[in-house]
Ligand binder design. Structure first.
Ligand SMILES: NC(=O)c1ccc[n+]([C@@H]2O[C@H](COP(=O)([O-])OP(=O)(O)OC[C@H]3O[C@@H](n4cnc5c(N)ncnc54)[C@H](OP(=O)(O)O)[C@@H]3O)[C@@H](O)[C@H]2O)c1
Length: 331
């Protein structure tokens, strides 16, 4: 069936300016790390993407190694883009990344110009795109000079293969250096993509302040702790969950579902109920409550999770009592 996007899609979402840039992102973005690979159901992936866009999610986040196997999430996206989203290209922010191991040998990993240039060309081919909206360096490389990596991001923008650039998982000191180099090159860093959730709060120790001061956007990932910060593991590990699926490529497994975590999740779940939210909604709301956070990237395995999670935008205000209660619950 020919896809036609919901006419009221922009009334359903809120958009925040990304740092000091001219670009706005939806408060909730969709990530394709898992559930869009060759091993996954194509029609499910297609239904998720259509529903997300119908709900005003204009930003889809990818990387060269998403799948599994690596590369296959970009292929799935490219195929669905061609069928459903081509007429909407100018309404979409599509990102990809390179930085983790992608192909054998010394040129398929980390942060050299050799790797990044080849990887973006491959990503564009897999997705059938002329350019991506955001290209990220996916993780810091301790050996390649930052000037080389950042210079390559600048080159991609000069070549028109990326409109904006970002970095992911850089600590504050190295992020500050990267921002300075990019600024000097005339390609300011648009955005930083860190892991951030109620369970992982390292960005509160300096990174958020740096991003706020530098006017760089922030787009956290794994804010549901891969599903732990939802109600799905309260009564054991469901067969169809990420923890049970052994997908590899960084996906959580059963070991992550500890009694200690579940005790905390139970308390958080009770508070979410009091607030009239699902725990997933409250966990995401807790992340977007900070105005320096531009958008939160959600992962989903089924369309219903888009519908549920996206409702976090209806209530992301927390009283100081609620915030200290949450801190106590997290211990
Ligand atoms: N830059 C980086 O290094 C990096 C690293 C990781 C991720 N990311 C990006 O961030 C995105 C999100 O990461 P993530 O998948 O780890 O995110 P997440 O949002 O923490 O976890 C997603 C998982 O949570 C469960 N879930 C989602 N909504 C739910 C709901 N409403 N109720 C119950 N369960 C729900 C689903 O698990 P089930 O599958 O069990 O149903 C889903 O697959 C990725 O796709 C990627 O774009 C970036």
């Amino acid at each position: 069936m020919v896809y036609s996007a919901a006419e009221d899609r922009y009334q359903q979402m809120q958009y925040r300016r990304c740092g000091n840039s001219g670009l706005k992102l939806p408060l909730v973005s969709l990530g394709l790390w898992h559930n869009f690979g060759q091993i996954d159901k194509y029609e499910n992936a297609r239904n998720i993407l259509r529903l997300a866009f119908d709900k005003g999610i204009t930003h889809f986040d990818l990387a060269n190694n998403y799948g599994p196997p690596s590369g296959s999430a970009e292929e799935t996206f490219g195929s669905i883009f061609k069928k459903d989203f081509k007429p909407y290209r100018d309404e979409l922010i599509i990102s990809t990344k390179a930085g983790w191991g992608m192909w054998p040998g010394p040129y398929g990993d980390l942060g050299s110009k050799k790797y990044l240039v080849a990887s973006l060309d491959q990503s564009l081919k897999r997705m059938g795109l002329d350019y991506v909206d955001i290209f990220y360096h996916h993780r810091p490389d301790p050996d390649t000079p930052l000037e080389e990596t950042m210079g390559t991001l600048d080159l991609m923008v000069q070549q028109g293969k990326a409109l904006y650039v970002g970095i992911s998982s850089y600590q504050p000191a190295e992020a500050a250096k990267a921002f300075a180099i990019l600024k000097q090159l005339g390609t300011p860093c648009l955005i930083h993509q860190p892991k951030y959730s109620m369970f992982e709060r390292w960005i509160e120790d300096g990174l958020l302040d740096l991003l706020g001061n530098e006017g760089v956007g922030c787009i956290p990932f794994s804010s549901l702790a891969q599903g732990l910060l939802t109600n799905k593991y309260l009564k054991g590990i469901p067969q169809d969950s990420r923890a049970a699926s052994h997908r590899g490529n960084g996906a959580m497994d059963e070991d992550a579902v500890t009694d200690e975590k579940i005790e905390k999740v139970k308390k958080l779940n009770a508070l979410a109920e009091q607030r009239g939210q699902s725990l997933a909604q409250m966990a995401l709301a807790w992340v977007i409550k900070d105005p320096r956070v531009t958008s939160v990237i959600i992962g989903v395995s089924k369309p219903e999770q888009v519908t549920d999670s996206i409702k976090c935008i209806n209530n992301y205000a927390f009283s100081s009592e609620e915030l200290s209660l949450i801190n106590q619950m997290l211990g």
